[in-house]
Design a protein around this ligand. Structure first.
Ligand SMILES: [Zn+2]
Length: 367
């Protein structure tokens, strides 16, 4: 069964240089497939820096009636899509001369946040972190007093003063509480990081459309959402945000073994968060399904916060002029270096560990 042990060494050419290049790679890899497939495209009603239309694309591989579906998603966090495209195209390349097992389909979702991808940002055009956007907007927005307390420090351009304020918060509340306050999700500061928005964002609407159109709530699901930038260098952490003891958590632990970590238990490099995309999937998944974030580490969490805060300060300061600002090139380079390091071994590990997670998910689905 795919992916088997005699697959060729991964080709690093599946890592794109830009969103436009990524979409070309995606189309080329789909063109090479020799199996039943159904493609869809969801316009994001926005443009790339070169003026091309932005879209999220999806492809369904295999029989329409399959009762088990592997779902792989890239670009939930815009700029993290470079690794997502690579993992998906490596899967598509591997399937070019294969057949899927009976009763198993694969759904690939490319560039879930295409604006962030094209503009080298983690958020979308409205500043929304798609992975904090899955809350019930019919209810009052969540209050995040820890974020509010830290907000002045987050936007302080003086890094020494900023670190002192962070350390004071950590000394009082602890490191985990600090990380939750900064990155757990906030709903009142559109210019700030980890902003969950005030209505369902493009990527969430795409996911909900795919769930409805493919009847995903009626099929067993193994969802892998590819992310980068948090955790140990080159390690693809299997993060499970199902509640400990739930069917989803038990399924993830069975499929992925001890490599599977749970933020709720404090065993992950990620902390518990509000509004994750996970929760939309948890709500529809039948028993024997699970959703994991495949998170590839690069640099330390402090560096992640530093580069993201620089990005948010830059866009908050320059507004619409940020897009053409001469200093943006250096910022793009720093974002690229953090979220998709130009290091052959790091990139190779992304592909090898994606293959392993995909194989574990497929075996789990078929068990
Ligand atoms: Zn991410």
């Amino acid at each position: 069964m795919y992916p088997h042990s005699n697959l060729p060494e991964p080709r690093l050419a599946v890592f794109p240089d830009s969103y436009t290049h990524a979409r070309d790679l995606w189309k080329q890899h789909i063109f090479n497939l020799r199996m039943p497939l159904a493609e869809r495209s969801f316009s994001a009603h926005a443009s790339a820096p070169d003026g091309t239309q932005l879209a999220t694309d999806s492809v369904w591989l295999g029989g329409q009636s399959a009762t088990r579906v592997l779902v792989i998603i890239g670009g939930t966090h815009g700029i993290e899509g470079f690794a997502g495209t690579a993992a998906i195209c490596d899967l598509l390349a591997g399937l070019a001369h294969e057949q899927l097992p009976d009763d198993l389909a694969v759904l690939c979702v490319h560039a879930l946040n295409p604006w962030g991808y094209a503009w080298h940002r983690r958020c979308d055009a409205d500043g929304v972190d798609l992975n904090r956007n899955c809350i019930d907007f019919g209810q009052p927005l969540p209050q995040k007093p820890g974020y509010t307390e830290l907000r002045p420090a987050l936007f302080d351009p003086d890094s020494k003063r900023r670190q002192q304020a962070f350390q004071a918060y950590i000394d009082t509340h602890g490191q985990t509480a600090f990380e939750i306050a900064v990155s757990g999700g906030q709903y009142h500061d559109p210019t700030g990081p980890f902003y969950g928005g005030s209505r369902p964002a493009h990527g969430r609407r795409v996911v909900e459309a795919l769930m409805a159109d493919h009847g995903l709530g009626e099929r067993r699901l193994g969802v892998i959402d590819v992310h980068t930038g948090l955790g140990e260098w080159g390690n693809g952490e299997i993060i499970c945000d199902h509640l400990p003891g739930s069917d989803g958590a038990d399924t993830a632990l069975r499929w992925y073994g001890t490599r599977c970590t749970l933020p709720a238990l404090g065993t992950s490099s990620s902390v518990p968060k509000t509004g994750l995309l996970d929760y939309a999937w948890h709500a529809i998944m039948p028993a024997g399904s699970c959703y994991i974030t495949l998170e590839y580490g690069t640099y330390e969490t402090q560096e992640l916060f530093d580069v993201l805060l620089q990005d948010h300060r830059f866009w908050a300061e320059h507004g619409a002029a940020a897009a053409r600002h001469p200093e943006r090139a250096a910022l793009i380079e720093r974002m690229r270096a953090h979220f998709c390091p130009d290091d052959p071994e790091w990139r190779r590990q992304v592909l090898l560990q994606a293959r392993r997670a995909i194989r574990q998910a497929m075996e789990g689905l078929l068990s």
